[in-house]
Design a protein around this ligand. Sequence first.
Ligand code: HEC
Length: 159
Amino acid sequence: MKRAFTAACAATILALPVTAETIAPGDVTYEDGAVSTSLTGVPGNPEEGAIVMGTKSIGNCVSCHEIGALADVPWQGNIGPALDGVADRWSEAEIRGIVANAKMTYDGSMMPSFYKVSDFIRPGIGFTTKPLAPEDVEPLLTAQQIEDVVAFLVTLKEE
Ligand code: HEC
C-alpha cells in the first residue's frame, strides 16, 4: 500500500509541467499590487514577450493596448492606455503584478487576470451545476510567459 502511494506521488510530481522554482498562481504574493519575486527564477526573454503580447491566440494584449514597438501588428485597440513608456510609470515589480493580476492594482479592472486560477465565477461542466475540477483550470499565460512579457515591458522607456 505504502509503496503504491509513493509511486503515485512520484508519478504526479513527474507529470507537473513546473520547475521547483515556479510560483503557482495561488502562491503569488502581492504588495500593493506589485510582485517583486520572479515567478520562475529564469530571466524573461523580451522577444518572446513581444510575441505573446502581439499574438491573438496567446496574450492578445494589443486588442486593448497600443504598443508602438509592435507597429507591425495591425488592429491595436485603445480600451487600455498605450503601453509606450510604461517602464517610466511603473517599476518591474509593479508591471509583473499588473500582468499577473491587474485587479490587485486596479480594483474591478476589465483587464484579464493572466496568472490566476481560482475565485472565478464559471458555469459548471456542460451547463450543469457541477463545478470544474481545479486541475482543469489553467492560467491564461504560463509563469514564464508572464516573465517574458515583463522583460519586454521594462524595455518600453521614453525618458
Ligand atoms: C480587455 C482589455 C485588456 C487586455 C486584453 C489587456 N489589458 Fe492591460 N489594461 C487594460 C486597462 C483597461 C488598463 C487600465 C487600468 C484599468 O483601468 O483597469 C490596463 C492597464 C495595463 C497596464 C498599466 C498601463 C499604464 O501605463 O499604466 C499594463 C502594463 C498592462 N495593462 C499590460 C497588459 C498586458 C501585458 C496585456 C496582455 C498580456 C494586457 N494588458 C491585456 C485592459 C486590457
